[in-house]
Design a protein around this ligand. Structure first.
Ligand code: GUN
Length: 292
């Protein structure tokens, strides 16, 4: 039996439609248009393409958005000055500094310069702390999107064993914290496996819900998955493909062809978690605008 495929694109469209309707309501009832500012430093092609598609989505849901493109020679202080300007701009409810930043800029200092109420990435230590202690806050978009995917696909999370592979601040740590809370759509028993684990298959084979957020192409194979598990692939890896128009194609951290034969539900790459990240960014920006 082949696993059922979770259509992240379709679920993301549903969320965007909900955001669009609520935005119309916020405009008519309170005269507020959610505003999102993007800061892009340098010429990273993946970052440029992400910011472009985030901007397009803002337009679709009826947000105001502005993009500041800065050269890679921009100093840390200059980026902080720009952030402060947006912190004090009443038309802007969300500020997103696209990562990674050039190496001469300290990412953590940049994140901490953002007013936490406008931190639509959910990376500010105040939001991270609130997330850990189960308080209402802006939550990182990709993990929030994974929880939505699971809930909207009818996956029972409470009491299940979730194994997260990867401990990044953007995905691994926050998804573990979200799914372990004593809250709706959570209450799971969570294990985080990472490069310190030795044989990660010892852990992955025990997962009812396996979340792969490693950043290495196709390293989770079907043999590492418990039969009937739900598999969420967060990987976006560029691999060379001479038959492709641009010379590369995108693959996940999961070897889809072998995993689909073992899992009960699985997200594809592309079209799984990826579209959810942008949808949740819109949802976070709306939430930030509602705080005002
Ligand atoms: N770079 C890769 N993922 C992200 C993200 O979620 N937010 C930001 N700001 N930069 C990223």
């Amino acid at each position: 039996m082949l696993a059922k495929i979770i259509d992240g694109k379709k679920i993301a469209e549903e969320i965007k439609e909900e955001v669009k309707q609520k935005t119309l309501q916020l405009k008519s009832e309170k005269g507020i248009t959610p505003g999102l500012a993007f800061i892009l430093v340098g010429e990273n092609p993946a970052s440029q393409s992400y910011v472009k598609s985030k901007n397009k989505t803002c337009e679709e849901v009826g947000f105001y958005s502005i993009t500041e493109k800065l050269p890679s020679s921009t100093t840390q202080q200059e980026v902080i000055q720009l952030i402060k300007k947006f912190n004090n701009n009443g038309k802007i409810h969300g500020i997103l500094v696209q990562l990674p930043l050039p190496t001469h800029i300290d990412e953590q200092k940049i994140i901490e310069a953002i007013d936490y109420r406008k931190d639509v990435d959910g990376f500010h230590p105040i939001n991270v702390g609130k997330l850990v202690i189960g308080q209402e806050c802006l939550r990182p978009c990709t993990p929030a999107g994974i929880q939505e995917l699971l809930m909207r696909s009818g996956v029972e999370i409470s009491g299940k064993h979730v194994v997260v592979v990867g401990r990044s601040n953007i995905v691994g740590k926050p998804i573990a914290n979200i799914l372990m809370q004593k809250q709706k759509g959570a209450n799971a028993v969570v294990t985080i496996a990472h490069t310190g684990a030795g044989d990660i298959s010892f852990y992955t084979k025990q997962a009812d819900i396996l979340i792969a957020a490693i950043g290495k192409p196709k390293i989770i194979t079907g043999a590492m998955i418990k039969p009937g598990a739900v598999v969420i692939d967060v990987g976006i890896n560029r691999v060379d493909d001479l038959t492709a128009k641009n010379g590369y194609r995108i693959v996940g951290d999961v070897d889809f062809d072998s995993a689909v034969k073992v899992a009960s539900l699985i997200t594809p790459v592309p079209g799984g978690v990826g579209p959810m990240t942008i949808a949740m960014l819109m949802s976070n920006t709306l939430k930030a605008a509602q705080y005002v």
